[in-house]
Design a protein around this ligand. Structure first.
Ligand SMILES: *Cc1c(COP(=O)(O)O)cnc(C)c1O
Length: 440
């Protein structure tokens, strides 16, 4: 089978996500069949290569075909590929749960698994509501979310989301959460710091809590970076204030670290930078190093205790067929081994300093606005009226062997943690060239 055969067959048989399929037919949007991956690179069937600068939708941490993760999965495959997790357990899921709990300083034990990020958010929402119900407070059944937030695209997660592109068509199906102001650092007025914006947003949160706390189960946030909403970055001060307010008003705090977890913001978990403890921590994406679908919700002893009872119906009733899949757990354990054995966060800090320097021409581009950076995420808004900018830039980047998918007019970089000097330089240079071409 060659390149164009796979294209034609995919167009006919596969309904691709987040895609207007007609664009593939008309060629406005290229469709690229990938034959293999190695390190930061993806290769098509004609051996053209693409630098995966968005970590294959934010999941990949240590590159494609990593020998350690590959070996762990192969080893597990010959032992146990899967077993039901109701009434049964297995070594990889036990070890993973213990290690994740240890990584939160044992503040959050009790790992509840699912297979994707959206399901983890659904679980956290249901658990929070059910906790209050078990405590005789069933009226606490609403949620607070930030403007511009993204927590997935199932009906429950769209309800706590605020990105119109994904939500608008399905509005009639949703029970919309109450939105509170985003602490988006770009909102700083002259002379204001990001911490000032955080305080203003927290005042908005306090007003919403004062009005609605009796009917609110939880506030859900993406700590430090609001991803799909446009790589919106904000000061940790907001998380400190929000956590204190949630405590004061008896409302849970759900930290959706599906994108920002596992070192993306510079610390293993983003909420560490605010020195807070959420009631629920949702993880997925990088959890398996980008190999297999797995997600988990970690929660506190207090939440766990609210479900521990003689009655079945006071228990948390939620089930997914592939809950705690052993192969995925082994990929996650191998990923945690890499964090434990290599100085990943320190290496990333050094890389980030150099890469930020390499991006100076982009940051200083005449049409660049609000260049920003947090850990291993970089973003910049492009001042253009061209509604086609996103597609134009995407195509120009691909022509230059770079995979970058702007969010609207925001170009962002979220590379795997393994770029060498040459790859970093190539990425930075070609991104500017692609920008100039897209704007020409
Ligand atoms: C990607 C993402 C999700 C949804 O995860 P899926 O695995 O795509 O369902 C939820 N929250 C955040 C912050 C995400 O970035």
């Amino acid at each position: 089978m060659n390149h164009s055969d796979w294209l034609a067959r995919s167009r006919a048989a596969v309904w691709h996500p987040c895609t207007q399929m007609k664009f593939h037919e008309t060629g406005v949007l290229p469709l690229i069949p990938i034959a293999r991956g190695q390190g930061a690179w993806l290769y098509d069937f004609e051996d053209r290569r693409y630098l995966d600068a968005i970590s294959s939708w934010w999941v990949n941490l240590f590159g494609h075909a990593h020998p350690r993760i590959n070996a762990a999965i192969k080893d597990q495959l010959d032992r146990l590929e899967h077993v039901i997790l109701a009434g049964f357990t297995h070594a990889p899921v036990v070890e993973l749960s213990e290690r994740l709990s240890a990584l939160t300083g044992k503040m959050l034990g009790h790992c509840f698994y699912a297979s994707d990020g959206s399901s983890a958010v659904e679980i956290a929402l249901k658990m929070s509501f059910h906790y209050w119900r078990n405590h005789g407070r069933p009226e606490k059944n609403q949620f607070l979310c930030l403007t511009g937030s993204y927590h997935g695209e199932t009906l429950g997660t769209l309800s706590v989301g605020d990105v119109d592109l994904y939500r608008e068509a399905y509005g009639p199906l949703l029970r919309q959460a109450i939105t509170v102001p985003s602490p988006d650092a770009r909102l700083a007025e002259y002379g204001e710091t990001a911490a000032d914006v955080a305080q203003r947003a927290a005042a908005g949160l306090e007003a919403a809590l004062a009005a609605h706390h009796a009917s609110v189960a939880a506030l859900i946030v993406e700590p430090l970076v609001q991803g799909a909403g446009g790589m919106v970055m904000y000061d940790p001060e907001y998380l400190r204030l929000a956590c204190a307010l949630c405590d004061r008003y008896n409302v849970h705090l759900i930290a959706d670290e599906i994108m920002v977890g596992f070192g993306r913001t510079g610390t293993l978990f983003a909420h560490e930078q605010a020195d807070i403890r959420p009631d629920f921590l949702c993880l997925s994406k990088g959890l398996t190093g980008g190999y297999l679908p797995l997600s988990v919700v970690l929660t506190t002893d207090a939440v766990y205790a609210a479900f521990y009872d003689d009655a079945l119906t006071r228990g948390f009733l939620h089930s997914h067929s592939y809950t705690g899949n052993p192969l995925a757990c082994r990929a996650a354990l191998a990923t945690l081994d890499l964090f434990a054995e290599e100085a990943v966060l320190e290496r990333n800090r050094q890389f980030a300093e150099r890469f930020t320097g390499l991006l100076t021409p982009l940051a200083k581009h005449r049409q660049a606005r609000h260049f920003r950076h947090c850990g291993m995420i970089w973003a910049v808004d492009i001042a253009t009226d061209d509604p086609e900018f996103r597609l134009r830039f995407y195509r120009e980047a691909l022509h230059r062997e770079i995979l970058l998918r702007p969010l609207g007019k925001t170009i962002y970089f979220m590379p795997p943690y393994i770029l060498d000097e040459a790859e970093a330089a190539l990425l930075a240079e070609r991104a500017v060239a692609a920008l100039d071409a897209a704007l020409a």
